[in-house]
Write a protein that binds this ligand. Structure first.
Ligand code: IVH
Length: 813
């Protein structure tokens, strides 16, 4: 207050005074925000608070170049204009591998040991932590101030929910002695008592209750109005870090206490265990206290304590090798099965759904559960009227695990699964699974896009988050627009704006119906309270068009995924986009491949899980030049025979698991030989092979892609969609890194790193690892004891280096 400029009208302030004044206002407003949102204890009136914000705005208007990065005008104090901005995480947010069985946990520790080359009895310290059933969040601090908070999203980008996180008391707003940039990660959760209170209040207001505390926490954090978030009383446990100058500690255990010193809440049940056995004992202990905890947990997380080990272990496909989630078994309850209804999915699968007498399972009311497929119904002999056991495990849809036979009502009839689609009346069939040679578990409607259920589900998938991500066009809207004939196929989404009047009418009608239904439910006359203004409908429809238009430019892999082709998930779509620069090139090759399809015996062999393209090729080449194998080994066992042949140094790639898989699949030697000789005749053409051999694609996905594009209706739908949108592709770039595009072979002993470690490192830097030397090999890393491979490499003139040189090249990467 010693500043003479203080309180002077904005117009009279000097630049220096304005600067000080803005700093003061930023501090002051932040303090009141915290008192209001986080502590729920404001000390000034709303009017006084508004006056501070006005003053800030007035000074900023006069000196726009003085607007501070932490200015209250940039912070979303009240309502962000529209949705949440995206935040790209400085370091990706990982997820965890799950395990339910102790044997899987043992495998996990064995893998850690193998990777680090530790002796089987070497000590490993492990931190056990409860696995909080909430949502993971990253908090970014810069120069000690909480700057941005984001949801995990897809792990790469999340949503900016900073304003809402600021309302959580457990989230420190400032840190002392923090590095320049420091990201703390952890779980936002809602306590059970708060969840029950919230749902009771929602029920009174006629709002749908949340299914569980996690959904309630997520719903509360994704509120556009932080005041609502503040009312919801969320909490936060910290357990990891993202970007940070140097590693914040040497061990995870020390890191947790470091977090506590910084003012974060760390789960008090976390425990430092000195062996895998101790960790598993911790799991049991936590399992016993689980029910009495004030918040939901769904397992425990084990983390290798030493951070230098964590670094060496690294990660595989978005999950660290140094941590694993040990989940609790599912919760169960008994109830009556009132009916079985059939749901038709995106790819035509007929899924039987149990309609249940509502029952609480693990704190959640369950009224529907999946019965999986017709074999499951038959196997469990589930009949309408039965008392059934319902199980719920974490995220999974509730399922029926069995029947209480003693309670079966007399005369209950077996359930007859429909062979005709209940929606479009097309035939529903069970195709032959190429891997097993048996009918698939699922019965599928053959109607394709003719079937309204499939068409609607495909559209829902098309607009979903990982596909076109069209905000405001959720499942309910798609159903509504489909029913009203406004959207029948994806292209029509982009033509919606041309029918703005129809859309507004449909939306207005829907709102009218909804509000009338709400009024009736409350026992009020239908006419009251239905005055939703016309311009509100108009506004929401314009917003929808804006959301649609913002998605007219789309990444190719998202488009491929959005088409909803069976067996084509995000990973397959991305791998295809890596190969093809644009849709035209992709579609052309699919067409060529469709004329080069292999026969059923070839597909059957390729679809066996342990048999990739290299092994298929090895088997076929070997049999081609050994045409008498059938007679030579008549009545022998497949596995043993292949082993014998392998020991004669033929069929090198057919290792134990592959032999077992072939034995299990073909059972008899003569059947196997017949199939292989058939497969030789049925090999696909080059384009087909090229696509099916792409990493993450395979014969099964390619067959399904070809089936999809052989259907004229699908081709037409994609063509009309391509007329509406612009497709770009950022995936075709070659991976960057010092070894990008290089084929690398390791041979001999390594002394500093384990083989697995060295390979993981080479792959991370863009290299491809091969087992044998060929003309394609670019680099060989040879250690002591290297033999024939080294000779071969020298013969071919391939560059050879030793481990020390290799380590120098990769230093610091
Ligand atoms: S560690 C690399 N620790 O579980 C670090 N995660 O299923 C990855 N979670 O996305 C996370 N409690 O949302 C970790 N104590 C805990 C956790 C925990 C809950 C969640 C987290 C993560 C998910 C993976």
């Amino acid at each position: 207050m010693s500043d003479p400029g203080y309180r002077a009208p904005a117009a009279q302030l000097t630049e220096a005074q304005a600067k000080r004044e803005l700093a003061r206002l930023a501090r002051e407003i932040a303090k009141h925000d915290e008192l209001y949102y986080a502590k729920d204890a404001p000390v000034i009136s709303d009017a006084a608070y508004d006056a501070l914000r006005h003053r800030n705005a007035a000074v900023e208007a006069r000196f726009p170049h003085l607007v501070r990065p932490d200015s209250p005008s940039l912070r979303v104090g009240a309502e962000p204009a529209e949705g949440f901005a995206k935040v790209t995480h400085a370091v990706p947010m990982l997820s965890l591998d799950n395990a339910f069985e102790e044997s899987d946990i043992e495998k996990f520790f064995a893998r850690v040991r193998r990777f680090l080359k530790l002796a089987p009895d070497a000590a490993i310290d492990i931190v056990g932590e409860p696995k909080i059933d909430g949502l993971s969040i990253s908090l970014r601090y810069e120069v000690g101030r909480f700057l941005v908070g984001a949801t995990r999203g897809d792990g790469i980008t999340g949503e900016n929910v900073t304003a809402n996180l600021k309302t959580i008391a457990d989230v420190p707003k400032t840190l002392t002695h923090a590095p320049e940039a420091f990201e703390v990660r952890g779980e936002v959760y809602m306590r059970r008592d708060e969840f029950l209170k919230l749902n009771a209040a929602r029920e009174i207001r006629g709002e749908p209750p949340f299914a569980n505390p996690r959904n309630a926490a997520a719903g509360s954090l994704r509120q556009l109005d932080p005041k609502i978030t503040a009312e919801r009383k969320l909490h936060f446990f910290a357990y990891a870090w993202g970007e940070s100058g140097a590693p914040p500690a040497k061990t995870h255990w020390d890191f947790l206490s470091h977090l506590e010193h910084r003012g974060f809440k760390v789960n008090p049940l976390a425990k430092l265990c000195h062996s895998p056995d101790e960790a598993i004992a911790f799991y049991r202990e936590i399992g016993e206290t689980r029910a009495s905890l004030p918040y939901d947990i769904d397992g425990v997380v084990y983390k290798v304590n030493r951070i230098d080990w964590q670094d060496r272990l690294g990660m595989v496909s978005r999950a660290p090798r140094w941590a694993i989630a040990h989940k609790f078994p599912a919760e169960q309850a008994k109830t009556r099965l009132n009916d079985i209804v059939i749901q038709v999915g995106r790819t035509g699968t007929l899924t039987p759904v149990a309609v249940l007498e509502p029952v609480t399972v693990g704190g959640v009311v369950v009224a529907r559960a999946t019965l999986h497929n017709e074999d499951e119904i038959a196997r469990k002999d589930v009949r309408i009227g039965d008392t059934v056991i319902v199980q719920r495990a974490g995220d999974v849809i509730p399922q029926i695990v069995g029947v209480v036979r003693e309670k079966r009502p007399r005369g209950a009839k077996e359930y007859k699964f429909p062979t005709i689609c209940p929606v479009c009346e097309s035939l529903a069939v069970r195709q032959i699974d190429p891997e097993t040679g048996k009918p698939e578990a699922a019965r599928r409607c053959t109607g394709g896009l003719i079937c309204p259920a499939q068409a609607v589900e495909r559209l829902k998938h098309f607009v979903s988050r990982s596909a076109f991500d069209i905000k405001g066009l959720g499942e309910a809207n798609i159903q509504l627009f489909f029913d009203k004939g406004l959207i029948r196929q994806p292209a029509e989404i982009f033509k919606l704006e041309a029918r703005a009047q129809d859309v507004t009418r449909v939306v207005a009608e829907w709102h009218k119906q909804q509000s009338a239904a709400r009024q009736t439910a409350k026992g009020r006359p239908k006419t009251a309270g239905t005055k939703r203004k016309k311009d509100e409908d108009y506004k929401s429809v314009s917003k929808l068009f804006a959301a649609i238009n913002s998605r007219r430019r789309i990444q190719m892999h998202r488009l491929i995924f959005a088409l909803g082709i069976r067996h084509v998930g995000e990973v397959t779509a991305k791998n295809l986009a890596k190969k093809y620069a644009d849709m035209t090139a992709f579609l052309e090759d699919v067409k060529v491949a469709s004329g080069e399809r292999p026969g059923p015996d070839f597909i059957e062999l390729s679809a066996i899980r342990q048999i990739g393209p290299v092994r298929v090729n090895d088997i076929l080449t070997f049999f081609k030049s050994n045409t008498k194998l059938n007679e030579q080994y008549r009545d022998c066992k497949i596995g043993e025979t292949l082993k014998k042949l392998k020991d004669k140094s033929k069929l090198k790639s057919i290792t134990g698991p592959a032999r077992d898989a072939l034995e299990k699949h073909y059972k008899r030697w003569d059947t196997f030989c017949d199939a292989i000789f058939q497969a030789i005749e049925q090999q696909p053409g080059t384009t087909y092979s090229e696509i099916s051999e792409l990493q993450g694609v395979g014969v099964v996905a390619l067959e399904s892609i070809i089936d999809f594009f052989e259907e004229q209706r699908n081709i037409e739908a994609v063509q009309s969609l391509l007329n509406e949108i612009e497709v770009y592709n950022e995936m075709t770039e070659t991976p960057s890194g010092p070894f990008s595009g290089m084929t690398i072979v390791f041979t001999g002993r390594l002394e500093k790193l384990t083989r697995d470690e060295a390979k993981a490192l080479a792959e991370r830097l863009g290299g491809r690892i091969a087992k044998s030397i060929s003309k394609k090999t670019n680099l060989v890393i040879a250690g002591p004891g290297a033999g024939s491979k080294l000779e071969e490499a020298r013969k071919l003139g391939v560059k050879v280096i030793d481990e020390a040189v290799w380590l120098k090249t990769v230093e610091g990467r």
